[in-house]
Design a protein around this ligand. Structure first.
Ligand code: CA
Length: 233
């Protein structure tokens, strides 16, 4: 595994707070990345595989509520809103499908770290529950039914070969986590060491993209992480 650290996107325009958060989160074993305005925050949240977002409300370009709205059109990633005032807190509490949690400024680092851990754990538990309960893993409309060997995008069943299905299932089980081609050869094909040709992985990825992506050259689900490998987001 390349990296098992929890990746935290910190969207915060006050640089001193962002840096303080980033410093302490790194010290606590997380992998933080900062965005200093709402537009950049939304772009990063939608294009990179984070585990959780810490989202300030008062932000330049796009406020936290708009960023959250944008994130929710594409992703179920846990979002903790950071509020500065009581009226913001009420607004967050009133959001229906929005934030998973909120923290009020000024906050203590220990509180932030505890909330991040709790929310990441809960979201992972939910994913596992989904898998165990019905045998179906779903990522934004893309689903794999493990007991019946069926993959669907929306209501459409995808016609996958055995290896395409195995690869998709493995990446969906580890959503957000990139794997190198060598790792995939081991995990999905059962080859280890010097057996097998990594091009096999590329060929299967490319076939799979043609079947599940609307635009295979601009994938929404099966993403290439440059220099690392592939993951499902
Ligand atoms: Ca702010």
């Amino acid at each position: 595994m390349e990296n098992n650290k929890t990746r935290v996107l910190v969207v915060e325009d006050e640089k001193n707070i962002a840096l303080l958060l980033s410093f302490n989160l790194t010290k606590a074993g997380f992998e933080p990345e900062c965005a200093y305005d709402g537009e950049d925050g939304l772009r990063k949240a939608l294009t990179k595989p984070f585990d959780i977002v810490l989202l300030d409300i008062m932000l330049p370009k796009l406020d936290g509520f708009k960023v959250l709205e944008g994130i929710r059109t594409r992703s179920d990633i846990p979002v903790i809103m950071v509020t500065a005032r009581d009226d913001e807190k009420d607004k967050v509490a009133g959001l229906e499908n929005g934030a998973d949690d909120y923290i009020t400024k000024p906050f203590s680092m220990n509180e932030v770290i505890a909330r991040i851990r709790a929310n990441v754990r809960r979201s992972r538990d939910e994913l596992i529950t989904k898998v165990n309960g019905e045998g179906v893993i779903t990522v934004r409309g893309l689903s794999v039914d493990r007991t019946r060997y069926i993959a669907r995008r929306g209501d459409t069943e995808l016609e996958l070969s055995k290896k395409e299905y195995d690869l998709l299932l493995f990446l969906m089980e580890n959503v957000g986590q990139p794997f190198s081609r060598e790792e995939l050869l081991g995990k999905v094909w059962g080859y280890d060491g010097f057996l097998g040709d990594v091009n096999t992985v590329d060929v299967t990825v490319s076939r799979l993209r043609k079947k599940l992506e609307k635009d295979p050259s601009n994938p929404e689900y099966l993403i290439t992480k440059r220099g690392v490998g592939y993951y499902i987001q």
